[in-house]
Design a protein around this ligand. Structure first.
Ligand code: ZN
Length: 204
């Protein structure tokens, strides 16, 4: 799928932390075989390589962390050559900020920690298809490639308004990305059944 560099074992290498020694605290190295992180390849998945699936699985873990903290179950991360550079959780409830979606929070982390240089050539992995707000935030940060788990359409079905109607956007992230200049590339849904499990019993 044009991402051969992510399957070549680059994740086994230590990521350059640049000039900020604190980055070591937030760099999450790709798990080695036998680690506690599970790799789920659902039947019929569009996933192109194991690294994609493992990184998505990490966003599902982040989403569960957000849920455990009392926030909405979403997570996102930026990876370069399969190595995680930064991670973020949804913080809508705990930060009393309704814009604190995981991908928008990721952009804030990248800016705060002087990591925006890593966006070019990196890939954002998100537990769910990003909403228009987050697509915009990532675009302004320079993100050009996003891989996600749950589709917005399935999320809308899982999290309806009280009257059962859709409460969210029906435009696809890929449609917004295609209209951007330069365009943004979106891949998903991937491992959607696993992605949906994170939301079990949360919205209803
Ligand atoms: Zn969003």
């Amino acid at each position: 799928m044009g991402r051969a560099s992510y399957a070549g074992g680059g994740h086994r290498e230590h990521f350059s932390h640049g000039r900020n020694p604190l980055l070591g605290l937030i760099v999450w190295l790709f798990p080695r075989r036998g680690s506690s992180h599970t790799i789920s390849l659902s039947r019929g998945s569009r996933v192109g390589c194991v690294a994609d699936s493992a990184l998505l699985a990490r966003t599902f873990d982040l989403a569960l962390q957000a849920r455990a903290a009392g926030d909405h179950p979403f997570g996102a991360l930026l990876a370069v050559d399969g190595v995680v550079v930064a991670e973020a959780l949804n913080r809508v409830t705990t930060s009393r900020d309704m814009t604190a979606h995981a991908e928008t929070e990721l952009v804030r982390v990248l800016e705060r920690d002087h990591l925006l240089d890593h966006v070019l050539g990196g890939v954002v992995y998100a537990s769910c298809e990003p909403c228009p707000q987050c697509v915009g935030a990532m675009f302004w940060a320079g993100v050009g490639h996003v891989v996600y788990g749950l589709s917005a359409a399935r999320l809308n079905a899982l999290a309806p308004a009280p009257d059962g109607s859709v409460h969210g956007f029906t435009i696809r992230a890929a449609e917004i990305g295609a209209a951007a200049v330069p365009p943004m590339r979106f891949e998903g849904p991937i491992d959607e059944d696993t992605a949906a499990q994170v939301h079990d019993g949360f919205w209803t």
